[in-house]
Design a protein around this ligand. Structure first.
Ligand SMILES: Cc1cc2nc3c(=O)[nH]c(=O)nc-3n(C[C@H](O)[C@H](O)[C@H](O)COP(=O)(O)O)c2cc1C
Length: 153
């Protein structure tokens, strides 16, 4: 996620990272309002490009990501460009990008870039990120910037 945001910043974007795990669960579940969750939703609403990064849990995106998306209004991502990033222990669940994250984005009206990013544990060996994974992020960011410049609605 951080790498993707850095690459977007390199291309002139103002970026913000929202770490969902630090937000109050009661508000994420919609049981009460909380300023930090409201601010997160406003940040998404104001974004041109939304990068969703998630671990794969039980073969798809995390519940934590889902609850945030559930709080967005109908068509809340219309006119926005989505980048889908997931990490899983092994490669077996890489299709969660195409079967999970793409429809999740699309249900809210986002245009998702063609290149998804899926990293497995072995690509994070010895504290180093595999170059091909970083290249996949670079490609997805390039596509997002191209789409943004084309102002797809
Ligand atoms: C509850 C749970 C379920 C998981 N399910 C899967 C899975 O179905 N497929 C997979 O490849 N990895 C699975 N994993 C491994 C995580 O995807 C992996 O630990 C994560 O991507 C690493 O990111 P992190 O350092 O942010 O946790 C699971 C991990 C947990 C804790």
């Amino acid at each position: 996620m951080a790498y993707a945001l850095e690459r977007l910043a390199d291309r002139g974007a103002e970026t913000a990272l929202i770490d969902l795990a630090t937000l109050p669960a009661e508000a994420l579940l919609g049981r009460r309002a909380e300023a930090r969750v409201t601010a997160a939703l406003e940040a998404v609403a104001g974004a041109r490009v939304v990068v969703a990064g998630t671990p794969i849990y039980r073969a798809t995106y995390s519940g934590l990501l889902k609850v945030l998306f559930d709080l967005l209004p109908q068509d809340g991502l219309a006119g926005k460009i989505g980048i889908a990033i997931a990490t899983g222990h092994g490669p077996a669940h890489s299709l969660a990008i195409d079967h999970g994250l793409r429809p999740l984005f699309a249900s809210l009206g986002a245009t998702v870039v063609p290149s998804g990013v899926y990293g497995s544990s072995e690509q994070f060996a010895d504290g180093q990120v595999a170059p091909e994974l970083l290249q996949a992020v670079d490609r997805a960011v390039r596509e997002a910037v191209t789409f943004a410049a084309a102002a797809i609605d």
